[in-house]
Design a protein around this ligand. Structure first.
Ligand code: URA
Length: 233
């Protein structure tokens, strides 16, 4: 919410008087004077007017989960187990998923209550690399590697995917790096080149990596460095 709105939501300030006290340097955001009334302030920041706390910051939560196959990337479902069932009730808060995985896929899943942060991680235009280990039904051809690098036409969205890298590990196993995260993107890219994904496991999103310490179904809090790498883009 804009800083002036946080003040003018209170009956004693109009939009104009709110802007004035901000311009006068009387308002601090996270302890620092802020003179710009238009700045966006998240619910995780504190706002004070002189010594009066106007906005108490909410606590932001950031978790990674090693998603096992068979769990739905959703917070609620009537028919299937969801990834939230794997999180201790005391840690669930108002978490949402940053970058879903299909039910049949496994690997790195991020859960957070910070929508601005998770959007930066998942928005196609931000181009964060996401690395998947895949096994395929048919051998991975040189032509597929070239097609992934060129980008694949997705008729449904009417777009060509960003260049992706396909690093062959064996004839039917590869590391795929994509920069978007569209619906079933990796499976659809293989389908487009006449192949089929059998298993798909996400290893990393940007600088956030499953470190081999988490068994399927286990989760942990992100470190401050992992959180910060996405804050700085
Ligand atoms: N691409 C897919 O096809 N599935 C996923 O779960 C993630 C990326």
């Amino acid at each position: 919410m804009r800083l002036d709105r946080i003040l003018s939501n209170r009956p004693r300030f109009s939009r104009r008087t709110a802007s004035q006290v901000i311009a006068d340097g009387k308002v601090t955001v996270d302890g620092k004077v802020c003179r710009d009334p238009r700045i966006d302030v998240s619910r995780f920041m504190s706002v004070s007017l002189e010594n009066e706390l106007l906005q108490q910051p909410d606590t932001a939560h950031y978790l990674m989960l090693n998603k096992p196959v068979g769990y739905l990337s959703a917070t609620k479902d009537h028919n299937h187990r969801t990834v939230l069932d794997l999180i201790a009730p005391a840690l669930r808060f108002d978490l949402h998923i940053g970058g879903r995985l299909d039910r049949a896929s496994s690997g790195l899943l991020i859960l957070t209550n910070d929508g601005v942060w998770s959007r930066r991680l998942t928005e196609p235009k931000v181009k964060i690399p996401k690395v998947y280990r895949v096994t395929t039904a048919l051998p991975i051809t040189d032509d597929s590697i070239a097609r992934f690098a060129e980008g694949i036409w997705f008729a449904y969205e009417g777009l060509t995917t960003s260049p992706a890298s396909l690093l062959r590990l064996s004839c039917d196993e590869a590391l795929v790096t994509i920069y978007e995260g569209r619906y079933h993107q990796v499976k659809r890219m293989f389908h487009a080149v006449g192949n089929r994904v059998l298993t798909l496991h996400r290893q990393s999103m940007g600088d956030i990596r499953l470190d081999g310490m988490l068994e399927p179904g286990q989760s942990r809090k992100l470190t401050s460095d992992e959180i910060a790498c996405n804050h700085s883009g």
